[in-house]
Design a protein around this ligand. Structure first.
Ligand code: NIG
Ligand code: FE
Length: 413
């Protein structure tokens, strides 16, 4: 009888396993571990081993494992991990985008009551079922483009009920389809119009919302937007300490337009500080010292028509750099992780190894997930395959070559 739960997949022209690479600092392409004519043995959604296909095929025949044949030359990589998104939202901000390219700035639009608060109004009006429906569609697109794990933030509700509605939608959609969603509570995205000041609102979030989020198991992570138009450093610091006391991991929207956020992230030893377009040497050193992952968001730079975060300098300083889309209706409406990582790599002179690391195992580290991001024994069999026999072809065409096969926990989706 076939041991159907053991599955051999292959042969692959190249399997870029990302095994044994450093979490921090520069990476040379020569260091990339590449197995040629490789096969992957999968059991129970996890990788058992990656070895020469011919060798594994013999074992598969002896043990009566199932075999999934790959007919054409393909390059295999770990499934992509998008460590920062706002995928759950209602409505569009095409109007904001038109205003921005005509000359208004993101912060001007925010100060006049548009921007994030516009999406808040629309998201509050939407039902949980409507949010789930649009989130599901975005998940399907992300999965086709090779993303097998995706962080998703709340933050467009800003009331107890609406934040819970968003987080419940994220939890439901994660269970309904293969793309695994990692929820983050971003109730501290903006001060909602119902509150006069940030400190009073944050106190309310700590006392009322966060305990409920914990009790329902809706998120283990808390995020805050530190910026002139959102929350200041002092309020953020005390909020994040309270959230930590309640048992949440921390991530911060930091240094997007002005600095200060990365220092707060360092002081609470956040898992990651994200954005960082305004970070300089001082901020980089502070994050390095505190072991904070630097998550850069090229999609927000493209969406806002502004410079990229200094990823090259961060890597040279020894930081762990993750790359994420920030997919949201305002600053980053495109949401194509591979394309954005390729553009960042070209502009910032990242090696291909550094770019792949940023959207695989370094992104997993930003989310404090140790069970994915490489193709190695015991890791989830989250894998993507491209129709080419040379891994360099993928970033070379800057995101236009999409994966033709995607596996989530060993299942072809
Ligand atoms: O990461 N900067 C703050 N928050 C989001 C944008 C959200 C929005 O504009 O709707 C960001 O860019
Ligand atoms: Fe964001």
């Amino acid at each position: 009888m076939a041991k159907a739960s053991f599955l051999l997949i292959g042969p692959f022209a190249q399997a870029v396993t990302m095994a044994g690479l450093s979490l921090n600092g520069p990476l040379l392409d020569e260091a990339l571990p590449i197995a040629e004519q490789a096969g992957v043995l999968v059991h129970d959604g996890k990788i058992v081993k990656i070895e020469a296909f011919a060798h594994l095929l013999k074992e598969a025949e002896e043990q009566l494992y199932s075999v999934q044949w790959i007919e054409e030359p393909m390059v295999l990589l770990p499934g992509l991990i998008d460590a920062h998104t706002h995928l759950c939202f209602a409505g569009s901000r095409a109007k904001d985008y038109a205003l921005r390219i005509a000359g208004k700035t993101y912060l001007e639009i925010a100060r006049s009551g548009g921007g994030i608060l516009d999406t808040v109004r629309k998201t509050r009006k939407a039902s949980q079922a409507e949010l789930e429906q649009s989130l599901l569609q975005r998940c399907q697109r992300h999965l086709q483009e090779g993303v097998t794990t995706c962080e998703v933030k709340s933050g467009y509700g800003l009331t107890l009920e609406d934040e819970l509605k968003m987080l419940r939608a994220i939890q439901n959609v994660s269970q309904q389809q293969p793309l695994e969603l990692v929820p983050t509570c971003l109730a501290a995205h903006m001060v909602p119009p119902e509150f006069e000041d940030g400190a009073t609102y944050l106190k309310h979030v700590v006392e009322i919302l966060l305990p409920q989020v914990k009790a329902e198991g809706l998120a283990n992570r808390v995020d805050i937007f530190i910026e002139d138009t959102a929350f200041d450093e002092a309020d953020a610091l005390s909020y994040l300490k309270d959230a930590q006391d309640l048992g949440f991991d921390i991530t911060v929207h930091a240094d997007q337009f002005s600095t200060g956020g990365s220092e707060v992230a360092a002081r609470v030893h956040a898992a990651s500080a994200d954005h960082l377009e305004a970070s300089g040497e001082e901020e980089i050193d502070i994050m390095k010292e505190a072991g904070v992952v630097a998550t850069v968001l090229p999609g927000a730079s493209v969406g806002l028509g502004m410079h990229y975060a200094p990823a090259r300098k961060m890597l040279d300083a020894g930081l762990c750099v993750a790359i994420a889309t920030d997919w949201n209706p305002g600053s980053a409406p495109m949401g194509d992780l591979l394309l954005q990582a390729a553009l960042l790599g070209a502009a910032q002179k990242l090696t291909m190894a550094e770019t792949w690391a940023g959207i695989t195992f370094r992104a997993a580290h930003a989310l404090r997930l140790s069970d994915r991001g490489t193709l190695t024994t015991g890791q989830l069999a989250d894998m993507i395959a491209f129709n080419t026999d040379d891994y360099r072809e993928i970033l070379y065409v800057q995101g236009k070559l999409k994966p033709s096969k995607v596996w989530k926990k060993g299942i072809l989706v």
